[in-house]
Design a protein around this ligand. Structure first.
Ligand code: CP
Ligand code: NVA
Length: 315
């Protein structure tokens, strides 16, 4: 049987640092390739034959690390992992020199960094694609997998309402950026002082004017959940904020996603979380392990979506 053809013409960007840099069409193309790779996983095994990926991680990871490594193997390539938790990018030698070395050996870089600026610097010096595996600012691979999953569940995400409850963090920023590109209404509900970055919100509101999305920032969890098609949460203290955990657990207590909150949303609303999750804190065990939870579908889709990104970005 003939292999189904994939449209692998390059995206409008050479790197994936932030979904705000992608066009709506780029995102659609990533989803189309991801869908094909998901449904024919054992067919497209040569797309990245002999290609090598460097993975530089300054922070812990289960999903991102495994899915990029397995993804490269699925496509006929391989990945080399560098654990940089104790020595941040740029501390032993300049970020520029890291980029200039890596580009001589490998065909792409995935980096998980504390500072988003380090990623931008890496990308500016490397003549190979750089993919953001999470920074303090955004988590684009996560948001693409989240929206790919919503597309699978609903067919079309346009006009749907996604409510994010919790810290206005990297995951939240990536969801906002992506939602407005796709015409999904996004409500973000955080305690006062923990709202998303205002530049992200303002830029999203501008994009939303063209796509028909609505961006709502609020502090009242009841209002935020009302009639939503999906409720999303993330940890209250992200990696690097460990010394704030106790304080945050108090501040965020009223923002836990529980059955009562889910009952305010649409009857068939999805529960979403990027993981790792803390049952009993940002989400109750009942919701996390309940019938509306799609958390493991999202985790699975990290693999398919990132394979699509690798196939579209690496030359
Ligand atoms: N969601 C996510 O990025 O998981 P990891 O931190 O385990 O990679
Ligand atoms: N906001 C979380 C996401 C983990 C995948 C963090 O940065 O730790």
């Amino acid at each position: 049987m003939k292999k189904p053809t994939l449209d692998l013409t390059p995206l409008t960007v050479p790197d994936l640092l932030c979904t705000s840099a992608l066009t709506t069409n780029d995102i659609g193309r990533v989803f189309a390739v991801a869908k094909e790779l998901k449904h024919n996983r054992t067919v497209h095994t040569e797309l990245l034959r002999n290609k090598r990926l460097a993975m530089i991680f300054e922070k812990d990871s289960l999903r991102t690390r495994f899915t990029f490594d397995v993804g490269m193997q699925d496509l006929g390539g391989s990945a080399v992992f560098m654990d940089h938790r104790d020595a941040r990018l740029g501390s032993r030698e300049s970020v520029k020199d890291v980029a200039k070395n890596l580009e001589r050996w490998v065909h792409g870089i995935v980096a998980r960094t504390f500072k988003h600026k380090a990623l931008e610097e890496l990308a500016s010096h490397a003549g190979i694609p750089v993919i953001n595996g999470l920074s303090d600012f955004v988590h684009p691979c996560q948001a693409l997998s989240d929206f790919f999953t919503m597309t699978e569940k609903w067919g079309d995400v346009r006009g749907r309402t996604l409510t994010y409850v919790g810290d206005g963090n990297n995951t939240c920023h990536a969801l906002i950026h992506t939602a407005v590109k796709l015409g999904t209404h996004i409500r973000v509900c955080s305690p006062e002082g923990y709202e998303p970055n205002s530049r992200v919100v303002n830029e999203a509101m501008r994009v939303a004017l063209d796509t028909g999305a609505e961006v709502t920032i609020l502090n009242d969890p009841d209002a935020a959940a009302e009639g939503a098609d999906a409720i999303y949460t993330d940890v209250w203290a992200s990696m690097g904020q460990e010394d704030e955990i106790e304080e945050r657990n108090g501040i965020f207590a009223a923002y836990q996603v529980d059955e009562e909150m889910m009952a305010r949303a649409n009857k068939s609303a999805l529960f979403m979380h990027c993981l790792p999750a803390h049952r009993g804190w940002e989400v109750t065990q009942e919701v996390m392990d309940g019938p509306q939870s799609v958390v493991y579908d999202i985790a699975e889709n990290r693999l398919h979506v990132q394979k699509a990104l690798l196939a579209l970005l690496i030359r």
